[in-house]
Design a protein around this ligand. Structure first.
Ligand code: BF8
Length: 654
């Protein structure tokens, strides 16, 4: 095991790592020691696309090679290191897009089922958003009922996945200048599935062998995620389950309860989690739990499903990605209920050290050794009850001597959807981003940064997120966050309004205090990064900050990324004009041409580009420098200088 201080900054995590060791239980932090990353694969220099390979084409560290030597450094088929690196990168984008979009498709199918009356237990919760969607899609409203509208909206959006021609309907939501860039480059996605299929085809042996051309498809495929699959998921989930508004809750393993049946819902799609939130409150189920000796039922979330039910119901969060096994190590977890994505296969092994039941619920994601209890949407309440009952039945198997729940839990405020930010800033009757834009223009807020994404066991858990966010808010950059990054921020106390006075620069603190918001805003799960696209577009449309997303004093980051979804998200931000910094490692580092293209060449084409910086402070400084560059281009850099020198204001606020 690596040194304690390099593993995590979270005391609950450190406590459970020690407990796992004492219990003789092998967890992700141990496996990271025994299984090191492959240095050639990590740099994108390995091609395994055909059986003549795998071909490994790394350049020895620090070696300068002659053109003749470079000619020889190829795969067996003649593929250059550039082609290999770009292919690998595009395949990551395709996998990430597929994951978000398959989620979006399932949501669209459930949405149609609700409208048809075939999926009981759910309803249309946000009528306003349904009407807005109907307008956006050109659906005739008239005096049609909500269910009629929902059926047509759902059917139209489901078709976005299989569309063969034209372009995705939500692209029209982007600023006009952005749409023109996409058209000029030929990267406006057609249907979501088509772009994923084409990406897989073009990366097959012997197809697209020009790295620039491969990366054009990377942009097109990623846009099918951000402005397609992910956006469809977010929009329809909001209509079905309600658009988030500010909600108070708590986070960390300390939300588990010693005297109740603890159930964690872990994964990504919110349909089951929504039903579990209802069923665990059912007096009959609570009575059943009491009959087994528990005082009640405690539902908590893990990973992005946690964000979904937190944002809409305030369900507490047990932890982020690297804490999933540790929740079992508490010895107090009756059931870990999972659906899809970011679920470690190691869960089953860890559960074998304790009494926890791992329950898979989705036919697309079974795990050997887990109990499979399929969640059937057309009988959702019954399915959810059966799962809760299985958890309750497991309560008597809990071994008291193995229970140690960390005390750590932190207060947080979540629920900052685009609509909420709009209302909070502008008021219900004049909802707008005007106050945000004005405060950026007058310099109180320097800019906006989206810090999102995973945990990665190769870096100190949560530390990279928190250090980066603190550096940004200290420099008056408002941070918006999703996914596991948002959870890191919440655990560190950055998601309460009081954090502004404690951690933010004077200008940002003043704005947060006036509006009553934290300096780091929780915008939801990873699919909800589409909310950030909408928020950025709203800022452009409100005026005064240029006429494209790439003009905004804004930047993005995923400083602890690990999943292919993160690459897809990063690419759709870059393709939408955002400067995006990734930490940990960079998957094309072994190839200078491709890396230069991603880090520099893309800026000329898209106005946004990638960067890699594992140090969170340096990463934040890169983002701030980019924000300042944009402020200068907009001619608003002088306003900020005046604010910076306003010492009286600083004194008043600290
Ligand atoms: O979609 S942030 S570890 S949980 S991939 Fe996964 Fe990364 Fe967490 Fe959610 Ni997103």
């Amino acid at each position: 095991m690596a040194k304690k201080e390099t593993v995590s900054i979270d005391p609950a995590t450190l406590q459970m790592i020690e407990k796992a060791a004492a219990d003789g239980c092998n967890i992700v932090f141990d496996r990271a020691e025994t299984t090191r990353p492959c240095p050639i694969g990590a740099e994108g220099a390995c091609c395994s696309q055909c059986a003549m390979g795998p071909c490994r084409v790394p350049l020895a560290k620090g070696k300068e090679e002659t053109p003749e030597e470079k000619q020889k450094r190829r795969g067996v088929c003649g593929a250059t290191p550039e082609t290999i690196a770009a292919r690998n990168f595009l395949r990551k984008i395709a996998a990430g897009t597929a994951a978000h979009s398959d989620h979006g498709r399932r949501v669209a199918e459930a949405f149609i089922g609700i409208a048809e009356g075939k999926v009981p237990g759910y309803e249309i919760k946000d009528e306003q958003k349904l009407l807005q969607l109907a307008l956006d899609l050109g659906v005739k409203i008239g005096d049609r009922s909500n269910t009629e509208l929902a059926l047509e909206v759902g059917q139209l959006l489901l078709k976005e996945f299989s569309k063969q021609e034209g372009e995705l309907v939500f692209l029209k939501r982007a600023p006009l200048k952005r749409q023109e860039i996409w058209h000029k480059l030929g990267v406006a996605p057609r249907g979501v599935d088509r772009e994923v299929v084409e990406a897989m085809h073009r990366t097959h042996m012997g197809v697209d062998q020009d790295y620039r051309n491969l990366l054009l498809q990377g942009a097109r495929c990623s846009l099918a995620d951000g402005w397609g699959g992910s956006m469809i998921a977010t929009e329809l989930q909001d209509v079905m389950f309600g658009t988030p508004s500010p909600v108070a809750s708590q986070i960390n393993l300390g939300v588990l309860k010693e005297d109740e049946v603890n159930i964690i819902i872990h994964g990504h799609e919110p349909q089951l989690a929504e039903m579990l939130a209802v069923v665990t409150q059912d007096p009959e189920m609570i009575k059943y739990a009491k009959s087994k000796g528990a005082k009640g039922i405690n539902l908590a979330g893990m990973c992005c499903t946690a964000n979904e039910v937190l944002m809409r119901h305030g369900v507490p969060i047990a932890g982020n990605f690297l804490q999933q096994e540790l929740a079992i190590v508490t010895g107090a977890l009756e059931a870990m209920v999972v659906d899809v994505q970011c679920i470690m296969q190691g869960l089953v092994n860890v559960a074998s050290c304790y009494h926890t039941k791992i329950i898979t619920t989705d036919p697309r994601a079974k795990i050997e050794g887990a109990t499979h209890m399929e969640f059937e949407e057309h009988k959702a309440p019954e399915s959810a009850k059966a799962i809760v009952k299985a958890a309750i039945d497991n309560f008597p198997n809990r071994k008291k001597e193995k229970v140690a729940i960390p005390k750590d839990k932190t207060d947080m405020i979540a629920g900052f959807s685009h609509e909420t930010i709009n209302y909070l800033l502008g008021g219900l009757f004049r909802a707008s981003y005007r106050p945000l834009n004005d405060n950026i223009i007058n310099g109180r807020i320097r800019g906006v940064a989206g810090v999102v994404g995973c945990n990665n066991v190769r870096v100190t858990h949560d530390n990279v997120h928190v250090a980066m966010m603190k550096e940004l808010i200290k420099n008056d950059v408002l941070v918006i966050s999703t996914g596991c990054g948002a959870m890191a921020a919440a655990k560190a106390g950055l998601m309460v309004p009081e954090a502004a006075a404690k951690f933010a620069g004077a200008g940002l603190a003043e704005v947060c205090e006036t509006v009553g918001i934290p300096p780091v805003l929780h915008m939801g799960a990873c699919v909800d990064n589409s909310r950030i696209l909408i928020a950025a577009t709203a800022m452009v449309k409100d005026g005064g900050l240029g006429d494209d997303i790439s003009d905004l004093p804004a930047a993005g980051a995923a400083p602890e990324w690990m999943s292919e979804k993160a690459i897809a998200i990063g690419q759709y931000f870059v393709s939408s004009g955002v400067f995006t910094v990734f930490g940990v490692t960079w998957p094309t580092l072994g190839n200078k041409e491709v890396t230069d293209f991603l880090f520099k060449g893309m800026e000329e084409m898209y106005g946004g580009m990638w960067a890699f910086e594992p140090d969170p402070i340096k990463g934040a400084q890169m983002m701030i420098a980019h924000i300042d560059k944009k402020r200068k281009a907009l001619g608003i850099d002088k306003a900020r200088e005046r604010v910076l020198f306003d010492m009286a204001m600083r004194r008043d606020l600290t």
